[in-house]
Write a protein that binds this ligand. Structure first.
Ligand SMILES: [Fe+2]
Length: 240
């Protein structure tokens, strides 16, 4: 076990107890997101959520959730304090490790969190990581990060991760549906989904586009299918 993992309390450990107020905030937001998802989430996400349901009556235990995720795709959860350096966050995917924040967003601003909190990590990323196709893509992001030899490549990987795994959309039955974690975990983002500029899926455009994680989105990319997105992302990550 690495020092960072030991300090964090270990894989799939549960070092935090949540207050009644935090359990209430978690339950309220998960219930609101559960009500929104059937209309705006991709079918892939809805299937993943059935596979890895999250409690709506209080914050989940990380050890239990981590074990259920591990049974699905082999991924494990590493609880961390604060922000993880981006190369470590992505790089750990190659070892089937997802670093997850344990704090909950400010109750006065429940619809959106500028930093990744537990709602974002679990409702967004961890649910998606129970899908084998997405788990494989996360692993590839990790391998590409670990193999990157310059800051420019790391930046390109980061941009593509942002515009796919965080804010990606896919066409389903003529409608734009979300598969990205940042969208799926924010009632504020999901409310505004129809108002964002949406562009055709393009890895090159993603690399050349600016983004700001501290506010609502300025631009989204839509793929014709999850398979198209996965094929393009795989190709990019194996050649970057
Ligand atoms: Fe994220």
């Amino acid at each position: 076990m690495s020092e960072a993992i030991r300090r964090a309390g270990g894989l799939n450990s549960h070092p935090v107890a949540y207050s009644a107020e935090e359990d209430l905030l978690w339950g309220t937001m998960v219930s609101k997101l559960n009500a929104m998802h059937p209309r705006v989430a991709s079918s892939r996400y809805l299937q993943a959520k059935n596979r890895l349901p999250l409690p709506a009556d209080g914050a989940p235990r990380i050890d239990d959730l981590g074990q259920r995720l591990n049974n699905s795709t082999g991924f494990r959860l590493l609880p961390v304090d604060g922000l993880t350096p981006v190369a470590d966050f992505y790089g750990r995917f190659a070892a089937d490790i997802f670093s997850t924040a344990l704090y909950l967003r400010c109750p006065s601003r429940p619809h959106y969190s500028p930093e990744p909190d537990m709602l974002h990590e679990l409702v967004g990323h961890v649910v998606m990581l129970s899908d084998p196709l997405f788990a494989d893509l996360y692993r590839l992001f990790g391998e590409a990060t670990n193999n990157a030899t310059c800051a420019q490549d790391l930046q390109a990987i980061s941009q593509v991760f942002w515009f796919t795994m965080e804010t990606g959309l896919v066409q389903e039955d003529g409608q734009a549906k979300a598969y990205g974690a940042a969208l799926l975990s924010s009632t504020g983002e999901l409310d505004k989904l129809g108002t964002y500029p949406v562009e055709k899926f393009s890895i090159q455009e993603m690399i050349e586009s600016d983004y700001d994680i501290s506010t609502y989105q300025g631009k989204l990319f839509i793929a014709q299918s999850v398979e198209e997105m996965a094929s393009e992302v795989r190709s990019f990550l194996t050649h970057v």
